[in-house]
Design a protein around this ligand. Structure first.
Ligand SMILES: Cc1cc2nc3c(=O)[nH]c(=O)nc-3n(C[C@H](O)[C@H](O)[C@H](O)COP(=O)(O)O)c2cc1C
Length: 366
């Protein structure tokens, strides 16, 4: 099937993209003491040179003591780190690309691989790292207010440095998602509650804080997932009605684009319809959405961490959905991590040049 639908321009507010392909945010941990190096800038520049429509950075953390779970994850605060990010965006722009940072706070999700513990206090809505598993004290009101402000501050810096968009990491069981999830949010104040709509309050406040910092024209993307790293099969919203009650306050708060993270994009979200998460999110909110999950590869990404390799796979199912406008943009993770030329190869029909994905690719900035 011709890939034309992937190569139509996209415009929303102040953002215009030359095609529909987004580089998915991928933690690389190549920024010693949180400062992105010239190698990091060159890594992103290569994706811009390779015609990626929109580059989302790896998760980069806001200014809270325990926002990261690995010392080599980049900061999005402090003069040195921001100088590193300025070089990144300048190089991406020089190569004709567009980019935004993915603003991140890991909450109580620690990284067993990093063998490193962040300084306290650890921020988690109810001090839980997964349902029933106490890790620390619940966040104080002051910590919540400071965290919301830290997201806004980071977004303001992104605008000042010249980034084109900002994305909030609200997925995968990290801090923002820990507020959505009843299993990790047992609060009884305004940031908790029995309904998903009530538990969306923290994320909505983060979006508002970011919107206030960047103004009305800069595109704000919110990444969400039903699944959690603590439970791959979990669904926050079990029905379309519940999904609508989750997403509506987030859109009303100022989200422009919903980035709907699935491990396999073709999996239907609810019984009785083929629509995936991005399909439902677009239908329910009317907002543009990004799909993601095993685009162009045979196996999903968490298996890659366990050492499983993947082979190039057909894009036909994806292209049919994009043609039907079920979603607007398509994020690609591992295929672009391994191969900065992936977009060109797809556009020029050079399918025999597409590469397998092996976990060795995670060890270097290709
Ligand atoms: C090495 C690696 C690091 C990742 N880090 C992040 C991250 O920082 N933030 C995030 O939202 N998702 C992260 N993800 C998930 C990806 O953004 C993407 O959703 C996932 O890889 C599925 O896309 P793919 O099948 O095209 O690889 C990561 C994935 C990989 C492979």
């Amino acid at each position: 099937m011709a890939a034309d639908s992937l190569f139509r321009p996209f415009t929303h507010k102040s953002l215009t993209l030359k095609n529909r392909i987004v580089m998915a945010p991928m933690t690389r941990s190549f920024s010693p003491s949180g400062v992105p190096t010239s190698d990091v800038a060159a890594y992103y520049r290569r994706r811009a040179e390779g015609d990626v429509g929109l580059i989302l950075s790896e998760g980069t953390v806001v200014n809270r003591p325990s926002a990261k779970n690995d010392p080599n994850v980049p900061n999005f605060h402090g003069e040195q780190a921001l100088t590193g990010w300025k070089r990144v965006i300048d190089e991406v722009h020089a190569a004709g690309g567009k980019m935004g940072p993915q603003l991140w706070h890991v909450g109580s999700a620690r990284n067993p691989m990093a063998n490193w513990v962040a300084p306290p206090p650890v921020d988690a809505p109810s001090g839980l790292s997964s349902p029933g598993k106490r890790f620390t004290e619940p966040m104080t009101d002051e910590a919540i207010a400071d965290t919301i402000a830290a997201f806004g501050k980071a977004a303001g810096e992104a605008k000042r440095l010249g980034f084109d968009v900002v994305e909030i990491h609200g997925a995968h069981g990290y801090l923002v998602d820990q507020f959505f999830w009843a299993g990790t949010n047992e609060r009884t104040d305004a940031f908790g509650g029995a309904t998903l709509a009530e538990r969306s309050r923290f994320a909505a406040e983060v979006v508002k804080s970011i919107r206030a910092a960047v103004g009305k024209d800069m595109v704000v993307i919110l990444r969400l997932s039903q699944w959690k790293q603590q439970d791959f099969t979990f669904k926050l919203a079990k029905t379309p009605e519940e999904m609508e009650s989750w997403l509506t306050p987030l859109v009303e708060a100022g989200t422009d684009i919903l980035h709907c993270s699935q491990r396999r994009f073709w999996e239907p979200e609810f019984e009785g319809s083929e629509l995936n998460f991005a399909g439902w999110a677009k239908k329910l909110t009317g907002k543009p959405t990004i799909t993601v999950g095993s685009v162009g590869l045979s196996g999903e990404f968490t298996a890659a961490f366990r050492g499983e390799s993947s082979k190039p796979a057909s894009l036909d199912n994806l292209l049919r959905r994009l043609e039907r406008e079920e979603f607007d943009l398509v994020a690609v993770g591992r295929a672009l991590l391994a191969d900065p030329q992936w977009v060109r190869k797809v556009r020029e029909d050079r399918h025999d040049e597409l590469q397998d994905f092996h976990k060795e690719a995670l060890a270097r900035l290709a």
